[in-house]
Design a binder for this molecule. Sequence first.
Ligand SMILES: Cc1cc2nc3c(=O)[nH]c(=O)nc-3n(C[C@H](O)[C@H](O)[C@H](O)COP(=O)(O)OP(=O)(O)OC[C@H]3O[C@@H](n4cnc5c(N)ncnc54)[C@H](O)[C@@H]3O)c2cc1C
Length: 363
Amino acid sequence: MYDFVVVGVGPAGARFSRRAAEAGYDVLAFEQGRLGEPLACSGHVSGDIWQYAGEGARDDLLQNEVYGARFHVEGPESDFEDFYKTEVVSNVIDRVGLDRHLAELAREAGAEVREDHTVTNVDEGDDSVTVTVRGPDGVADVEAKMVAGCDGPTSRVRRDLDLPEPDELLHGVLGFSDEEDHGDRVDVHLTMPEFFAWRIPRGDAGVEYGLAASPGPDVNELFDDLVGPAGYDVDVTKRCSGLIPVGPADSVTSHRGFLVGDAAAQTKPFTGGGILYGMRSADHAAREIEPDRPGTLGAYEAAWRDELATEIRLGHWIRRAYSLPEPVQRLGLKAFSGEIGVHMDRPTSVFSREHLASWLGRS
Ligand SMILES: Cc1cc2nc3c(=O)[nH]c(=O)nc-3n(C[C@H](O)[C@H](O)[C@H](O)COP(=O)(O)OP(=O)(O)OC[C@H]3O[C@@H](n4cnc5c(N)ncnc54)[C@H](O)[C@@H]3O)c2cc1C
């Protein structure tokens, strides 16, 4: 019997598999397709990402460095307010490459990672879990002491363990043009229902256009407007889409199972970003959970909430600003624009000495 079966090998599943294997546990991880595919993510992350990567990864994965964001309350031609740092704020990375790299690190640590294996059922017993998996050689049952649901926003594990759903699922769409752009600003348009649209320069890898919105409006039509003649007016290929869970439920653990990453809605409510929150939570899971002691699941639940709950709560407040009336948004952006000291993964850094100093310095 395995100690852990991990369902899904995105950043959260790969990180948990690696850390649990390093701790000496027997880990078997299933990924339903090929690692990193299909792409449905901008791969726009803070420099913290490199703490989770191996040697040489930065050279292979980094596409561009970003120093700030231009915020628009309307479309591409409108005025904007510039928010920036004198040092790098964020990195634009090859997300497919990241997933493959993280999975390789998990394999090197001793975890068994199987691609093209879809988990179709999870049955939780008193002393073990039975995971049914369909692979190239047919259907099989695998026994483990615990199951880790790292299977993304529409998690099958979450459903089978009868765990509550996230508060909300936003719908995101992305597309890429082949313009070469090494610019150091992303553009953010506060024009979407309860969220925003963006343009990200990806160096030699082209330019990404994207948006996310709450369910309701047809996001594909909104995307056509963003890249069409009334918007950026560019040729976009490779369109893709995905869901962004927001607002973790009250519980992400059961008797012999637990959720990590998007399955647990461990995301930033004001950007939808979840790569780093998922991996930080995976580290808590690997440190706290002992497969022979289901009682340790409570320690995981407490540890990740201790680290992220305040950031997530503040992130919900920031997101409310996206729905303010346009004149209020204009005033707010003008008041806060300029040099900032905020860390993109830590909204609470808005209260940091660094940020307050740069804000007071210009007021
Ligand atoms: C449009 C868009 C843009 C985004 N941009 C950013 C960004 O710039 N920065 C950022 O930090 N975050 C971004 N995100 C969010 C980010 O993609 C997620 O937070 C992140 O991928 C979560 O990682 P995860 O490992 O939890 O889940 P996932 O990356 O979704 O991985 C889950 C894995 O589980 C597999 N799986 C699912 N079901 C099964 C099954 N039954 N059996 C086996 N395998 C299964 C899937 O194939 C998948 O590989 C974006 C999301 C969207 C939709």
